[in-house]
Design a protein around this ligand. Sequence first.
Ligand SMILES: C[S@@+](CC[C@H](N)C(=O)[O-])C[C@H]1O[C@@H](n2cnc3c(N)ncnc32)[C@H](O)[C@@H]1O
Length: 441
Amino acid sequence: MTPAARLQAAADILDQLSGTRATAEAVLKQWGQVNRYAGSKDRRAIADRVYRCLRGRQRLLWAMELGEKSPGQGRALVLASLSLIDGLPIEEIDALFSGGGYAPKPLTAQERERLVAGEGEAPAWVTTGLPEFVVSRFEHQFGKDWTAEATALMLPRAPIDLRVNSAKTTRDAMIAALEAEGLAPQPTPFSKYGIRLAAEPPPNLAKLDIYQSGQIEIQDEGSQLAAFIAGAGLLPGASKVVDFCAGGGGKTLALAQMMDGNGEIYACDVVEKRLKAIEPRLIRAGASAHFMHFFDPDDTAQLELLKGADLVLVDAPCSGSGTWRRHPEEAHRLNEAKVADLHTLQTQILDRAAQCVKVGGRLVYVTCSVLDDENARTADAFEAAHPNYDALPIHTLLENSSLFIDHAARLTKLAKGHRLSLTSHKTQTDGFFIAAYTRIQ
Ligand SMILES: C[S@@+](CC[C@H](N)C(=O)[O-])C[C@H]1O[C@@H](n2cnc3c(N)ncnc32)[C@H](O)[C@@H]1O
């Protein structure tokens, strides 16, 4: 493909994305399957352009004087990205937008005028890339750090983190194996089982033997820490662990690793299809002895089966705003009404999950959101409604986490009592919120 044809493809994919709920990754993959003539270099260049446009979306739309819902955004985003992000002069853009062959149509007079005018004085929410309604929340939550927090969350491409399965191998062995593949792995700072790879060039991990044999899993360090903090000092040893919102099983697997073959883990979710995805992962990781369970929120008999747990982890459905550096397209699909609905759902789920913890047992609430509506506010609501739970200070968990976590003192400093927020700015992880409780009666 010519560079110009790649730009047209990126514009088409961006248009397709604005009319779907699918992730950018899925749309790009599907495009590659349909357009077989595109080689791997073409696909990489197109994906790179799409992500540049998604990360800079607010700023680029602003410069082209387009609103959130204006049609024809794909072409405008690509044009503005060439000018404002890549710094191409207008003559070079003209040469690419020639209209010949598979190249995009020539610039209109209006497009030319906007490109020449540049972006002018854009307000902060435009330059940080946050959705507009999130800006006041960030200002309130992070004070003077809010732009640094927003920029770290929205603009850079996130690295790829792996969790090493200690039942099968060691981190040193996996670092050596990845180096032998020509990659440049680094140990993550906090998780003792974490390895970090640069996002570029994207490594094809699924083809590696160490992946296929369950020695490594892809999991952000923040997600590893959430599981390791939840089980700190309790695992291995606890006999009944419930992963109440197990989804695809990222944290189930990390908990299984901590359990080291002891006890039973109940992986629950309301979406059976998601749970099914855990099975092959558990088998690959050598943790297939753990029990899996489909959970219907209206079925009290199922809830009975889960009661008496030593640990219940509620990795609740949330906006996923802490992962926007990986899924920039999701940021612009969120709105205030959805956030309010999520807060209500989270309090309902916590209320059910709390019934499953035995007296003396532990409940840990986790989100991959950076919004107080889903974090502090949901925790406040839970605490107000459950006087039978005491706050469990994060520092006591971190003091008992040395099997799994390094530099715990740095994390302790970030904790506020029994609550801990990880952010892309502060911990170079996806954004996570963790709140821990002990059931006292
Ligand atoms: C953040 S995701 C879980 C991610 C997963 N724990 C991991 O680490 O890969 C939240 C999950 O909660 C599930 N969920 C939604 N409503 C639920 C409910 N009422 N009870 C239990 N799970 C629910 C969703 O289907 C989704 O899989």
